[in-house]
Structures are given as C-alpha cells and as structure tokens.
Design a binder for this molecule. Structure first.
Ligand code: NAI
Length: 286
C-alpha cells in the first residue's frame, strides 16, 4: 500500500494541522470542511503559519512554495476525495455525523483507499458497517498541536488488516511522527489511558489527605522527570473539561469516580484552571 495522496476531512483545530504536517513531508493533501467559513480560515491560517516559518528562518521560500503547491483546499467532498490513497477524518466528535461522513466517503474513494479516524475516543470498529472495506479502516490518533506533537497512535481493530495498520504506521513515521501500533482496540488508546491512571491516583491521594496537589506535582516533576505534574497539566487543559468527563462517567456508571468531589469543588467556584486565572494554582495572566 503506497500512500501518495491524502485527504483530510475537517479543517478545525486538528484537521488543518494534520493536513499541513502531511504536506510538509511531502505528500499531496486535500482538505475539506462542511463549513465554508472554516475553509477560508484555513487559508488565512496556512498563509500566516508559513510566513512565520520563513520569518523565523525555519523554512525557505522554495520549501514554502512546494508545501503550498501540495496543499489544496477543496469546497466539495467529491473534489477532496478524488483519487486519494488515504482519508483522515478529523471532524466534530459526534458518532452520528462521523457515521454519515464515512458513508459519503466510502461512495467516493477507490476500493483500495485507506480510511482513518482521528477520533479521541471512538474506536474505528464503531464505523465498520459504514464502509465497504472495513479491513482498510483504522484509528490514526494525533495529539494537539498536531504540527508539533510527535506521538501518533495507530489502532488496529479485529476488522482491520495488518497491511492497513502497517501502511498507517509507515505513513506516520514518514511524516515526522513517532507512531505506536495497538494491535487490539482499547478505549482511550495508550497515552490517554496512562494519563487517566495518573490523574486517578493523584486525585485519590489529595482527596484522602495524603498530600497537596502541589506536592504531587513536585513528586512527578522532580522525581519522575515529568515536564508537568498532573494538577498543573489539568489547570492547562481546563478543570471544566475534567469535570464534564467525570460527570459523564458518574452518569453512565452510577458510581462516583475517584477525584469527582475534588474536581467539583474547584468547578463549583469557577476555578477552571489557567484560563480562569485560578485552578490548583493562581495565574496572573489568563
Ligand atoms: P474542531 O471543532 O476544531 O473541528 C471540527 C470541524 O469539523 C469543524 O471545523 C466543523 O465545521 C467540521 N465538520 C463538522 N461536520 C462536518 C461534516 N459533516 N463534514 C466536514 N466537516 C465537518 O474539532 P477538533 O478539536 O479539530 O477535533 C476533531 C477530531 O479530532 C475529533 O474527533 C476529536 O475528538 C479529535 N481530536 C481532538 C484533539 C484535540 O485536542 N482537540 C486531540 C486528538 C483528537
């Protein structure tokens, strides 16, 4: 499976960066979004990002001209899917909408085109009935910001062939990433499961009064060499988001998750983290 031309669907936070990263390496890329205003924004963002790379001396004018020639913004899905070897779906995290898009894509691509989803939570088998060739369907999970973060997780479900997973692994490696290959589907994939385990343990110690959030962070940063402890990281990603996740777990299982009371006590005070000026730490600038 020789990937040469790639289509990215969704021009939001993730899609635009995945697409541009792909064009840099250098693959031919098309990008489509259902919202025309997003596509206009992608064009402006591409201009300013590439101009910035030249200004900082990170890219030459010639390199940028090459990237531009390989990066095509398309106003229809038909145009974006034409003759591509790989489709990367990076649209809104809604099962019904993704399912609809996979059916549309399936009708437009060649039978040998690989279809991948960048979903942060949904394993690709969720969509195996939406495509004619589930053996060419897998997760390809990037991290934010996708232009910078090196990890890409390839997740191979039972429906997915070894060749497809290998092609995605090679593609990720060829586009400057350090991929990992999960041979079985698992909710949360690798990195977010590890992170979740750290969060749970850290919150439990604080809830039980063994130590403060700041002490947990010192232990992780100074003893384990983590660049940031879990509470400092949670302040950055937002305690409102952390609360939403725990509340959903609580609603689904009926069992109060570890850390729920701790996070709720911050959430109720509006201490959402760095963006609110206060979380587990206080911040001068938001
Ligand atoms: P976003 O909200 O920035 O972008 C989603 C885009 O999808 C929007 O521009 C929207 O117009 C477009 N869209 C919606 N319906 C569409 C359709 N039918 N056809 C074409 N485009 C459509 O979302 P973001 O953050 O870029 O997330 C995209 C995917 O990436 C989600 O599945 C998310 O779970 C996943 N992800 C997000 C990460 C993050 O840190 N934000 C990290 C890793 C994965």
């Amino acid at each position: 499976m020789n990937i040469k031309k790639v289509c990215v669907i969704g021009g939001g936070l993730m899609g635009r960066q995945i697409a541009l990263n792909t064009a840099i390496y250098p693959y031919e890329v098309t990008i489509f979004d259902a919202n025309p205003a997003v596509l206009e924004d992608v064009a402006k963002w591409e201009d300013s990002y590439l101009a910035g790379r030249i200004a900082k001396g990170r890219m030459t004018e010639e390199q940028v001209a090459g990237i531009r020639s390989r990066f095509t913004i398309c106003s229809t899905l038909e145009e974006a899917c034409k003759d591509v070897d790989l489709v990367i779906e990076a649209i809104v995290e809604r099962k019904d909408i993704k399912s609809m898009v996979f059916k549309q894509v399936d009708a437009l691509v060649r039978p040998d085109t690989i279809i991948a989803t960048n979903s942060s939570r949904m394993v690709s088998s969720t969509f195996k009935n939406d495509v004619s060739h589930p053996e060419r369907l897998a997760n390809l999970h990037y991290f934010n910001p996708a232009l910078v973060m090196k990890l890409v997780e390839v997740v191979q479900g039972d429906h997915c062939s070894e060749e497809t997973a290998q092609a995605l692994y090679d593609f990720a490696a060829n586009t400057g990433k350090d991929p990992v290959w999960m041979k079985k589907e698992l909710d949360g994939f690798v990195a977010n499961r590890i992170l979740q385990a750290i969060y749970t343990e850290a919150r439990w110690m604080v809830e039980q009064g063994y130590c403060t959030p700041q002490e947990v962070d010192i232990a992780c940063e100074k003893g384990l060499n983590h660049p940031m402890g879990p509470f400092r990281l949670n302040d950055l990603t937002g305690l409102d988001l952390a609360y939403d996740i725990l509340q959903r777990k609580y609603d689904e299982s009926g069992e109060k998750p570890i850390g729920y009371d701790l996070i709720k006590s911050y959430y109720d005070k509006g201490w959402f983290g760095k963006k609110a000026g206060r979380g587990f730490y206080e911040y001068e600038s938001k």
